[in-house]
Design a protein around this ligand. Structure first.
Ligand SMILES: Cc1ncc(COP(=O)(O)O)c(C=O)c1O
Length: 377
């Protein structure tokens, strides 16, 4: 299995010292991303202020992310974390007693539960679908999503076991009941193609720290324009106004489209990083990245099982994400011990996640699993 992306490896300094298999946590940083961070920093050092350039970069980044998921720039808001995006949406939905149910699943990242359960006091009624061996079926959505469901919130890829859901199929099921679909794409954006129009997704969120090759501080909200304009965010501020340069404290008019969900000054330094990271991803293309990572994940599964590891990722479903996880006692301790050998993997509760990106090779995965399996014996 050749790495067709090997020419890009030299862009990532960390790869010369480390086996970096932790893109589900923090992706590797490329030289152009690091230079963009320096550009922001240096512009403050050399000219004291850089507001105008930073605003232009914000708009360019919005356009790039829109291109990545086939949305319109007007349908994108830039916030700081996926938790922020979830909270911004959750706090402005109308929880009418005839349609106030929010459906979530137990493969979602815990913050999803924290945000939605916090809305119970304000009229939301939470309903949770439990997975079977880490997998959810379409029938479960058909049963659990009803005419009372306001919104169904799902993960594209589970942070824990890499299980990937078919967004289009789920969108069809929930829309038949009149529910909105919110997709948490933090573990898929950057390595799995997403087309919000074809998949008919109403709302989607992701951040730039993982497979999107950026740093913390930027998260994107995609929301269909016509839906955004029916909502009045309560988590708000001057960046969410039609004109933030009016400086009018007496009147408030929401910006058109998704921008109304923005609040205050974003983390510009993270925006600069996101812009270059998106350039790199768009230049390489998500389709070839996805094809390569499916092969690498297939090898990870096969070699892990051969090496006596116990899979946490489902064995019954087709491999569609780059994340493979294995049960390990003392996972955090093992993450630390492998880190001391310059192997970066990521622990969550009792699992170790192996999360390669396009810059990784089969040999790196083989080496990491060989070392990991020593702890299983
Ligand atoms: C799938 C998923 N959603 C949400 C989050 C939380 O993101 P944030 O810290 O930006 O709120 C994570 C973090 O790892 C995640 O993996």
């Amino acid at each position: 299995m050749n790495n067709t992306f090997s020419s890009y490896r030299s862009l990532f300094p960390v790869l010369s010292e480390y086996v970096h298999l932790a893109s589900c946590s923090q992706g590797a940083i490329a030289h152009p991303v690091s230079q963009a961070i320096e550009e922001y920093h240096n512009s403050l050092l050399s000219s004291g202020t850089n507001w105008k350039q930073a605003i232009l970069k914000l708009e360019a980044t919005r356009e790039k992310f829109a291109e990545l998921i086939n949305a319109e720039p007007d349908e994108i808001a830039i916030l700081t974390s996926v938790s922020d995006v979830l909270s911004a949406v959750a706090t402005c939905l109308p929880y009418h007693h005839t349609r106030n149910r929010i459906v979530l699943t137990d493969v979602d990242f815990p913050t999803v539960g924290h945000v939605w359960y916090a809305q119970e006091e304000y009229g939301a009624n939470i309903s949770l679908i439990r997975s079977l061996d880490g997998v959810l079926s379409l029938e479960q959505y058909e049963k659990k999503v009803t005419e009372r469901t306001l919104l169904t919130c799902i993960s594209h890829v589970s942070y824990s076991n890499g299980y990937t859901q078919n967004l289009k199929e789920i969108a069809d099921v929930v829309h038949k009941k009149g529910s909105l679909l919110f997709v948490d794409a933090y573990q898929s954006a950057g390595h799995i193609p997403i087309n919000v129009k074809e998949m008919n997704i109403d709302i989607l969120s992701t951040g730039t720290r993982k497979y999107m090759l950026g740093i913390p501080g930027v998260a994107f909200l995609y929301i269909k324009k016509e839906l955004a304009e029916q909502l009045k965010p309560r988590h708000t501020g001057w960046f969410g106004q039609e004109s933030k340069t009016k400086f009018d404290i007496f009147n408030s008019t929401y910006a058109p489209g998704a921008r109304r969900f923005e609040t205050g000054t974003p983390s510009f330094i993270s925006v600069y990083a996101a812009h270059e990271a998106l350039n790199l991803l768009l230049d390489i293309g998500i389709n070839p990245i996805h094809s390569y990572l499916k092969k690498i994940a297939g090898f990870t599964r096969e070699f892990g099982l051969q090496s006596g590891l116990q899979m946490n990722s489902p064995l019954t479903t087709e491999i569609t994400s780059g994340i493979t996880s294995f049960y390990m006692d003392n996972a955090s301790e093992i993450e630390k011990r492998l880190g001391e050998e310059n192997i970066l993997v990521s622990a969550r509760n009792d699992v170790i996640r192996i999360a390669p990106h396009f810059y990784n090779t089969k040999e790196e995965v083989e080496y990491a699993i060989t070392e990991l399996s020593k702890f299983a014996k």
